[in-house]
Design a protein around this ligand. Structure first.
Ligand code: BGC
Length: 248
């Protein structure tokens, strides 16, 4: 079975059809730049362009980088335009896609769902936390394989600062931090999460998971196992499609 997945991120909107039996993209993904300001209308146009690139006419799963409750009401918008707050994202995006059935979920939750099924979290019981490091920090918390949605652990306060302002890869780039310096910040963040949740496993996702050899060896004194995500930057697309398949 194939379903289309779209991942709305801080820098790009990317999508592809997904083979749900294998958790893999069936074609090379297509990406447009996230518009700035990332207003609902401008982002919806980007989603339309990505889906139209494949002439797709079936169900579409879409991630959003903020809290998504109920059917698809957006509750927060830390790294996109604040006009998203209280938007009915399903109505907006389905309308822009000519009425295709649309499912919307948080981007990190989508990545987590995909990693638990097809990637680094496969067959893991107990408490598992997936973190995506990018423009912000996203989180997905699983208890015995069940997702606790919208955990938003990137906004925890750490040493008087919001964690994602200190330890996202955007913070690394903006402040030109070395891998060592950034890894120290990530270590403090993981230690804090470990104090709160005692997970058995941390999965490190986002674009930076491709460079895990640069920073995972620098992270010390964390009891949980720490592994890079395996679906890397496609996890959001795959997880979005998985959720849409469940809903259709
Ligand atoms: C948002 C989260 C999102 C994360 C990664 C955070 O700023 O609040 O909802 O998952 O960024 O995009």
């Amino acid at each position: 079975m194939q379903i289309f997945g779209v991942d709305i991120g801080g820098s790009g909107i990317k999508g592809a059809p997904v083979d749900l039996d294998r958790g893999e993209l069936t074609e090379e993904r297509f990406k447009v730049l996230t518009p700035h300001p990332a207003t609902p209308d401008a982002v919806a146009d980007g989603v339309r362009d990505v889906v139209a690139h494949f002439d797709w006419t079936g169900p579409v799963g879409i991630t959003f980088p903020g809290v998504v409750t109920g059917e698809a009401t957006i509750r927060t918008a830390a790294n996109v335009d604040k006009d998203w707050i209280d938007t009915d994202a399903r109505a907006l995006l389905s309308g822009r896609l000519g009425g295709l059935p649309v499912t919307v979920l948080n981007d990190a939750d989508a990545a987590g769902v995909a990693e638990m099924q097809f990637g680094a979290g496969r067959d893991h019981q107990g408490t598992v936390i997936l973190l995506t490091f990018g423009t912000g920090i996203g989180s997905a918390l699983f208890i015995d394989g069940t997702l606790v949605p919208n955990t938003e652990l990137g906004h925890l306060e750490l040493g008087g600062h919001e964690a994602e302002k200190r330890a996202s890869t955007k913070a690394k780039d903006d402040h030109e931090l070395t891998w060592e310096h950034w890894a120290r910040r990530v270590t403090k963040y993981l230690a804090h999460l470990e104090m709160l949740f005692s997970p058995e496993l941390f999965i490190i996702g986002g674009g930076v998971s491709r460079k895990s050899e640069k920073f995972l060896p620098l992270i010390e004194d964390i009891k949980a196992e720490i592994v890079p995500a395996q679906l890397q930057n496609n996890a959001g697309i795959v997880g979005a499609a998985m959720r849409a398949a469940k809903a259709s």
